[in-house]
Design a protein around this ligand. Sequence first.
Ligand code: AHM
Ligand code: MG
Length: 342
Amino acid sequence: MKPISLTRYLIEEQHAGRINADLRLLIEVVARACKTISIAIGKGALGGVLGDAGSPGAASMNIQGEAQKKLDVLSNDILLEANAWGGHLAGLASEEMDHSQPIPDAFQRGNYLLLFDPLDGSSNIDVNISVGTIFSVLRCPDDVTAPGDEHFLQPGNTQVCAGYTTYGPSTMLVLTVGHGTHVFTLDREIGSFMMTRRDVQVPAETKEFAVNMSNQRFWEAPMQRYVDDLLQGKQGPRGKDFNMRWVASMVADVHRIITRGGIFSYPLDSKCRDKGGKLRLMYEANPMAFIIEQAGGAASTGRQRMLDVQPTGLHQRVPVFLGSRDEVEQAVRYHREHDAES
Ligand code: AHM
Ligand code: MG
């Protein structure tokens, strides 16, 4: 059977009363921006887009103190420009911007708030490894016309839509509007995202884990114990051999889990403890948690369901455990048992 396009899927969702016209337009606009980003990434060195932003020897920094790549800045600009004038948004926030931006007065304002990580895993871009865009959509509070940062601070369980695009051998968009998680593949010849998997289900059990093992000595005790037990394999308490995979590009690691299961973790460690974790809640952990839960998986900080975390800052960081439901529950159990003993 011929796959349906993203446009047709969204129109069917609208006719079924699951999304409104504004949200449909918003998703179409984000998808179009992602196609533009995909084209820029695809040109690679030929497009002059690789390397650091800023001047030679003095890369520009974002609010998080991270060196920006040219493609971070370019992707951010593409998403900002595409979303400014459609009339569907009240404001935007990005990993690459200190504060959120209300939609300029010159344009009509809508009722949604959009948050994004324009180019996740960008440290991989110069070595031609998959990177991605992650986004989350919230409702703007009713009485607010010019939203500030505080209006974005809603828990992940209020998201109305979340998605990511992975720019790999093929460009794929993975999307949820709260009725399952669906995968679309970009047909580069006709320029449309086509649905290639409907209602993805992440297997509840897995033998595959993803973590930056070089941080092992910095982890908290429960994480040390959890991974020690995984590494003991068949002879250990878990009774099975585990395999490890780590791309260091969250979108690519999560996409593997969406495709065949697994657990992804970026735990608390002594290097990132003061910041609360490594990954950002609002535009990395929350959208991925929504997508994974809608696919039957689970997402946690190790101590709390991710989607129930009450945010306190736009760029807040959290520990992350997400993927196959039973394995995430195992990781949570190690934290629970440790906390009960101490
Ligand atoms: P970024 O948004 O600046 O690219 O940072 C997030 C990335 C994730 O994609 C990945 O999981 C993690 O950082 C890898 O970090 P590290 O290699 O430092 O462990
Ligand atoms: Mg990121």
